[in-house]
Ligand binder design. Structure first.
Ligand SMILES: [Mg+2]
Length: 255
């Protein structure tokens, strides 16, 4: 166990544990649907990422993550108007097909239910802070085991708040929903910028899940050199159990 992280958890008990969704609790069968959506809707050539999927432009990504529309025709029309693209019929048909798949895209990681059970058994309140467009949200939060642990109110989505991580507004909205201060929260996520730096910047503590082991450890060292609290590093969510077991027991806030 990392000593500085161990010390952190020995003296501190988060009032709320917030989870990132994608690549933390689950993954999408559609892989990179927003890049695919831009390929379909726009005339642009997009760069291809290391995973061989197209990388959307920053402005299109933000448009998708902050648009509350879950009707694919309205969404495609708004995107085309916003970016000055011609919405030809074959593009709209292809977009409808993509969104049809995206609505059923979720697969939770195998250890997730066991870990959520454990966290719940220790009396921690739990929420989700997700960069998400509206299309998969219906099935994602009602037809999966996530509904056993999270009410819809516990799930803070960028498409509703109109701000994606790492914007501080989405973390502040999460604190408002749970009526807690940022310093009483732990954010767990896989993305160093969106989840970890975003949470630390607004005053939360953070834990990184690095399943692919592709985060440079120097990045975490730099964060602590910048004065942020130590970040818990994990390659498997089960590791969280030993750290949370170090926390002081509840002091009356449990609900
Ligand atoms: Mg993620």
């Amino acid at each position: 166990m990392n000593e500085s992280v161990t010390t952190l958890f020995e003296g501190w008990r988060p009032k709320v544990i917030f989870w990132d969704m994608w690549m933390t609790l689950g993954m999408s069968h559609c892989r990179e649907p927003i890049g695919e959506a831009q390929v379909i809707l726009s005339p642009m050539q997009l760069p291809i990422g290391a995973n061989r999927h197209p990388i959307p432009t920053g402005d299109f990504l933000r448009f998708c993550l902050t648009n509350p529309t879950n009707d694919e025709v309205t969404f495609a029309e708004e995107a085309s108007t916003t970016f000055g693209w011609d919405l030809e019929p074959h593009r709209l048909d292809a977009f409808k097909t993509l969104i049809g798949k995206e609505k059923n895209c979720i697969a939770l990681f195998p250890e997730v239910q066991e870990v959520l059970d454990f966290v719940q058994s220790l009396g921690f309140r739990q929420g989700i802070i997700s960069n998400l467009w509206a299309f998969p949200s219906g099935r994602l939060f009602t037809d999966t085991v996530l509904s056993r642990y999270f009410t819809r109110q516990d799930i803070i989505c960028s498409f509703e708040v109109r701000h994606p991580k790492p914007d501080r507004e989405i973390f502040e909205e999460a604190c408002r929903r749970f009526n807690v201060r940022p310093e009483d929260c732990l954010m767990i996520g896989d993305n160093l910028t969106a989840d970890i730096k975003g949470a630390l910047s607004c005053g939360m503590k953070a834990a990184l899940i690095d399943r692919q082991i592709n985060v440079d450890p120097m990045e975490l060292t730099r964060l602590s050199e910048d004065g942020y609290p130590p970040v818990l590093y994990m390659t498997d969510l089960k590791a969280l159990r030993s750290y949370l077991s170090l926390c002081p027991v509840s002091s009356g806030w449990r609900v």
